[in-house]
Structures are given as C-alpha cells and as structure tokens.
Design a protein around this ligand. Structure first.
Ligand code: SAH
Length: 225
C-alpha cells in the first residue's frame, strides 16, 4: 500500500475525530461484513472528518452519509468500503470515479496506491475536494465535467465506481471498462437503488450481480460552477 499522506495534527484528530473513534468505525464495518483488510486499513487511515464541514466533524466516524452542500452527500462508510472491496477483485491499477463529491472515496482509493481519476459536475465541490486531497498529499487526477461521458482520453480503466444513481447503467462508462475490469454503480429509482457489480471478462463478455440495496443522490446531466 502506498501512502503519501503527511499526517498533520488536524489529520490525526482528537476526541470525536481521534484514531480510536476511527478504529471503532472499522470494527463496525468488519461486523457488517467488510472483510478486505486493505480496505479496512485505508478507512482507518483516511481522516474522514476532513472531508465534511467542521460543524459535522464529530459525526464523521458514524456509519452514515452526511451532507456536503449543494444537496449532495458524502457516502456512508460501509458503502464506500463495499464498493472499494468489490473493485479490488479486479486487481486494478487505474481507476475512474464518477461523482467526486467530498473527495473521500477518491482518497480511499488513492490510499490503496491506485491511480485515481475522478469526475465531478459541480465546480465548487470539486475545488474543495481538490484542496483536501492536495493538503493530504494525495495524488488524484480530476476534471470538472459531466461524468456520464466518462474520461475516454484516459481510459480504459481497470475499475469504475459510479457514486450517483441512474435508472440504468451508462453505456459510455461500460465501454471504458478494460477487459477483466469491474464497474460498480447504484442503479434504480430516486429513493432506492441496487448496487450493481458488473464484470467484463477477457473477451469483453459482461456479467453482473447485485451487491446490496443502497440510496445515492441522482446522477444528473450537465455541469454547474
Ligand atoms: N464519492 C463522493 C460521493 C458524492 S455524492 C464522496 O466520496 O464524497 C455524488 C456526487 O456525484 C455529487 O457530488 C454529485 O454532484 C455528483 N454527480 C452527479 N451527477 C454527476 C455527473 N453526471 N457527473 C459527475 N458527477 C456527478
């Protein structure tokens, strides 16, 4: 695992953001079926409280989604862990995330030593996420765009994580998945979706399974500042 994080005092945290509180979250994730130690370690290491507003920092290690502004949320840690665990099965090097949001999922992937690309449609969220990732010394490539087109110039990707919900899988993204790759995406209606895991075999044949019921904010078209 490659870690390029400089642990500054605010990253180490105190009280409700201390390492002990983070360790408790990891215990809870393990009890709830997350088994991959690499993923648990990444979650133990990445300071989630720095990816939410200071006013919410004390709740950062609860296993729950939290608001990040613009009607968006930082995903629930269990969901981040499950999606990360699912894509690691592809032994990925190059990964694409759609929906940077707070930057937390991207940070977890970067902490695993992956080459992370992430796309966000809301400029202000992306700028904040970039600042956070940079201050943690994490190297993530990002762009401000409608992620439904993916990032074709940099593809194909060994793994793709879509962190916003759509009624169906997005073809452009499936196409940018490398042979042997895994894509995870919440698919369904506005209030509940199924977390789908799609695998493309060496011949380009696609199989899919449903991992869990989830609730994500919607995948929207266009970009805003
Ligand atoms: N992965 C994020 C979760 C963010 S919530 C995290 O770890 O914090 C989903 C994000 O997807 C929101 O920030 C939303 O603006 C973004 N989003 C929605 N539709 C999108 C699209 N078409 N392209 C890129 N980002 C999109």
């Amino acid at each position: 695992m490659t870690m390029r994080m400089r642990l500054q005092p605010e990253a180490i945290g105190q009280g409700m953001t201390s390492q002990r509180v983070r360790d408790r979250l990891v215990d809870r994730l393990r009890e709830n079926g997350i088994a991959d130690e690499r993923v648990l370690n990444a979650i133990r290491t990445v300071p989630r409280h720095l990816f939410v507003d200071e006013a919410l920092a004390t709740r950062a290690y609860e296993d729950t989604a939290l608001p990040i502004g613009h009607g968006q949320t930082i995903s629930q840690p269990w969901v981040v862990a499950r999606m990360t665990e699912a894509v690691l099965e592809a032994a990925p090097a190059k990964v694409l995330e759609i929906g940077t949001g707070s930057g937390y999922q991207a940070a977890v992937l970067a902490a695993l030593g992956l080459e992370v690309h992430t796309v966000e449609r809301i400029g202000e969220l992306l700028r904040t996420a970039r600042k956070r990732l940079r201050s943690l010394g994490m190297n993530v490539r990002s762009k401000h765009d409608d992620g439904r087109i993916g990032w074709p110039e940099n593809g194909p990707f060994d793994a793709i994580l879509v962190t916003a919900a759509a009624p169906a899988l997005v073809d452009a993204l499936t196409q940018q998945l490398a042979p042997g790759g895994i894509l995870v995406a919440p698919v369904g209606g506005a209030t509940s979706q199924s977390l789908l895991k799609l695998r493309k075999d060496a011949n380009g044949q696609i199989t899919q399974e449903s991992l869990a019921p989830v609730v994500f904010v919607p995948l929207l078209s266009g970009m805003i500042d």
